[in-house]
Design a binder for this molecule. Structure first.
Ligand code: SF4
Length: 452
């Protein structure tokens, strides 16, 4: 049977989509190739959220074509995901060696199309049409692969976004919000738990909008909170997370759920993007700085130990020094545990790309650097508070940087690295934190053993 190699760019949604495609292909008898050089099919799952990511995927495909076509004219080459969706047939016009262009509502069609291409029944396939019901098609997890061995798993609960932030291309690449039903999601989560998964992260572009058109509120609880309750009820599941929410979607019912649902971990990644009301308005974010800070306060009141992270965009068109100072001061006030900083990148056909006063790259670079430094010092201060404390972690496996060590996560989403052994794998266990870096804690289970 043919072998496939999938390279994924971008966010966790893309990782999840790639896993579902790989799983679908494995079920049809394909094998997973360890590298491009060994593959009969090479698929790039692309991201268009920043221009850099898009260019990277295009360059990668040019390199793949140069390498592969020398080796074999029969290797099938395909683009999937956001760049495929936004560029469609243009990709084949530009790179005629590409055989398959598969949009974001078509991942479940990959196996059928690849069969046709490999058998010579079709020469090229471009499918980027909208497909009702496709939001429920991302449900397979790799049998015998990561999900089976892994103690954590991601579950896609919805696709698309209707928020239309002026900088964001997602509503175009992922389409309108479409949510899966609660019973379908719960069934997938149950299956994962039965296979040994102990922590589930519910995924979507704007999870706080989950089901808001299809499922009415019940007893003051939004569809998303109803979903959290239903997944929480699964026996054997230890921890529940979600990403990404929108600050606007954090109603009191969701804040209150943190205090009420024991499996919902004390952790939230809430993208703020800017600390300036003027820029938030230009971004069409739908909240003010004061409302955002009020939300942070409410969350800390509901769960004092909650770990908070965020995303920032620097260099949005027209961002003045004063606007940028507002972002710095918001970070100081909110004391996030972690922040991800992105330089604004104009995306085709988004309102922000047409806005006046684009900022020079040097200004974006300088602001990026200053904000990163503050993110690092704030993060280090927050992490330092854990030194000497005992924390519960779920052990995920070998550390990426140093595979001889193990890594786990606290409920508040801090990474803890420690010298462990096979018996610690997949365990929920306590470790004592001995030191802290900016974004990593270092622990020692032995100290705890001695004390215990
Ligand atoms: S809420 Fe998120 S995904 Fe939706 S438009 Fe805004 S940034 Fe993009």
């Amino acid at each position: 049977m043919p072998s496939v190699y999938i390279k994924t760019y971008g966010c966790q949604m893309n990782e999840r989509d790639s896993e579902a495609v790989a799983s679908q292909l494995v079920a049809k008898g394909y094998t997973l190739a360890p590298s491009e050089a060994a593959a009969d099919v090479i698929l790039l799952n692309t991201c268009s959220v920043r221009d850099l990511a898009e260019q990277k995927a295009l360059r990668k495909m040019e390199n793949v074509i140069a390498e592969t076509r020398r080796r074999s004219p029969d290797v099938v080459l395909g683009f999937m995901g956001c760049v495929a969706q936004s560029r469609g047939r243009e990709l084949i016009d530009r790179l005629p060696d590409v055989d398959l262009v598969l949009g974001t509502q078509k991942f479940h069609r990959a196996a059928g199309y690849l069969d046709d291409l490999l058998a010579g029944r079709r020469d090229k396939v471009v499918d980027v049409e909208a497909e009702p019901g496709s939001e429920a098609a991302i449900r397979e997890h790799l049998l015998g692969g990561n999900a089976a061995k892994s103690v954590t798993a991601f579950v896609s609960i919805m696709q698309g976004c209707n928020q239309h932030c002026t900088f964001c291309i997602v509503p175009q690449t992922r389409g309108e919000e479409r949510s899966r039903g609660i019973p379908d999601i719960v069934a997938e989560c149950r299956e994962l738990v039965a296979r040994g998964v102990r922590e589930i992260t519910l995924l979507g572009q704007i999870v706080t909008s989950y089901g808001r058109r299809e499922l009415p509120e019940q007893e003051g609880k939004s569809a998303f909170v109803q979903l959290l309750e239903a997944v929480s009820d699964i026996q054997g599941l230890e921890r529940l997370r979600f990403t990404s929410p929108h600050p606007k979607g954090y109603g009191d019912d969701l804040v209150e759920a943190y205090a009420r649902l024991p499996k919902l971990v004390e952790s939230a990644h809430i993208p703020v993007q800017s600390g300036s009301d003027r820029i938030l308005k230009l971004m069409h974010r739908g909240y003010t700085r004061a409302r955002f800070l009020g939300l942070i306060e409410k969350l800390r009141r509901a769960q004092p130990g909650i770990g908070l992270s965020t995303d920032f965009i620097v260099g949005f068109p027209g961002e003045t020094d004063a606007d940028f100072e507002d972002t710095l001061s918001l970070l100081r006030e909110a004391e996030f545990d972690q922040g991800f900083v992105f330089k604004y990148s104009g995306r085709r056909d988004t309102p922000a790309a047409q806005m006046p006063d684009p900022l020079p790259q040097t200004v974006k670079e300088e602001r990026n650097q200053r904000l990163l430094e503050l993110v690092n010092t704030t993060g280090a201060r927050q992490h330092q508070k854990f030194v000497g404390r005992q924390v519960q972690i779920l052990v995920e496996g070998p550390s990426k940087k140093n595979p001889s060590r193990l890594t786990g996560r606290t409920r508040c989403n801090k990474i803890v690295v420690f010298e462990g052994s096979e018996r610690h794998h997949r365990q929920l266990m306590d470790v004592k934190v001995t030191r802290a870096g900016s974004f990593t804690l270092y622990g020692d289970p032995a100290i705890l053993d001695e004390e215990g």
